[in-house]
Design a protein around this ligand. Structure first.
Ligand SMILES: Cc1cc2nc3c(=O)[nH]c(=O)nc-3n(C[C@H](O)[C@H](O)[C@H](O)COP(=O)(O)O)c2cc1C
Length: 326
């Protein structure tokens, strides 16, 4: 499905994506800071960076720089809902409970079929522990789940010290799905102008590998649905994600680069691939290469790591892929 992005900003594109076979569509995120701009100042004070407060606020985009304000977001969501038959998934971005005020309910009332919570948080305070970071996200999930009847998926980053444990806690907090992983837009430094350059890069397929690993580890260990986002550019990437255990696969960069037709091409290629490899359905292969099959995930990880490092020979540009132990 098309993941959270500007792809759903335009109704015509949304219809083209539905025609190209999208089974659902995710809207771009509405940011907690848009809902309560003062949230940013509270956050910065909490982070004890008072002296840089004014400067930081000046980096924060002014309301008119956002594509849609909170009320426009709800109106757009209703329009998208009315324009297509496929499920429409809204997205909220934030880090802490309370930050979205009543918007989760308003989003449900505006017709969203599900909600994706994009927990995008870079903990920079040395006094804040990993457990506190996780607890804050969990409280936000519990709060949203209490308020809503529609399913809630949580999109997380890979930067948790114990992803499997955090995922299990999200599961226990009531999350219906987990989306692995959001991408942090890492700013670069321009050494000539001495400026920080924020740059949104589109992805490439190498980014899929991190997702495959974690989907494979989580498959069978949590009850939530597992979705991949990041580095899916074609049918074989979808096959890999499903074999690792994904129930859903999102695409963004590839659709932004080459348009909605990529989706129908990918679906056609996927159907051909399944036929050529004698699979009757995606379900038949789903999780067939997850880490839960056979050995323990931890043991498999160690084995793969050692094999990969020992497989490299002088002259090899890249180490040979490590074989799965039988
Ligand atoms: C231009 C652009 C805008 C995006 N906006 C959002 C957003 O609002 N919310 C969100 O959760 N992810 C957003 N993403 C991240 C995508 O949903 C997706 O997770 C990421 O691009 C990785 O998938 P891909 O490799 O298929 O691009 C955006 C990505 C791009 C390229």
């Amino acid at each position: 499905m098309p993941g959270s992005s500007p792809l759903a900003d335009d109704l015509d594109t949304v219809r083209r994506l539905e025609d190209a076979g999208a089974p659902a569509i995710v809207l771009r995120s509405l940011f907690a800071e848009q809902i309560a701009r003062e949230e940013l100042s509270a956050y910065l004070h909490l982070e004890r960076r008072g002296e840089s407060f004014a400067e930081a606020l000046s980096y924060f985009p002014s309301p008119e720089r956002f594509v849609m304000g909170p009320e426009e977001y709800l109106a757009h969501l209703s329009r998208v809902r009315a324009a297509v038959r496929i499920p429409v998934i809204a997205s909220l971005n934030g880090t802490r409970p309370g930050s979205w005020r009543d918007y989760p309910r308003a989003i449900e009332e505006a017709g969203a079929d599900a909600l994706e919570l994009n927990i995008y948080h870079l903990p920079t305070d040395p006094d804040v522990t990993g457990d506190e970071v996780e607890e804050m996200a969990l409280q936000a999930v519990r709060e949203v789940k209490r308020a809503l009847r529609i399913p809630v998926a949580v999109k997380i980053s890979p930067f948790y010290s114990a992803i499997a444990h955090f995922a299990a806690r999200l599961d226990a907090a009531g999350a219906d799905g987990i989306v692995l992983f959001n991408r942090f837009y890492q700013p670069d430094i321009d050494v000539e102008t001495l400026e920080i350059v924020p740059r949104a890069r589109l992805s490439n397929p190498t980014e899929l590998l991190l997702r495959l690993r974690w989907i494979a580890i989580l498959a069978g260990q949590v009850g939530m649905s597992l979705a991949v986002t990041g580095g899916v550019h074609g049918a074989v990437d979808v096959v890999k994600a499903v074999m690792a255990g994904a129930h859903a696969v999102q695409m963004v960069s590839s659709l932004l680069r080459r348009g909605p037709a990529v989706l129908s091409r990918t679906r056609d290629e996927l159907a051909r691939w399944l036929e050529e490899h004698e699979y009757n359905s995606l379900r038949q292969m789903q999780g067939s290469l997850s880490a839960g099959r056979g050995a323990s995930p931890a043991a498999l990880e160690r084995v793969h790591y050692m094999r990969v490092l020992h497989s490299w020979r002088p002259g090899d540009e890249e180490p040979a892929p490590a074989r799965r132990p039988s």
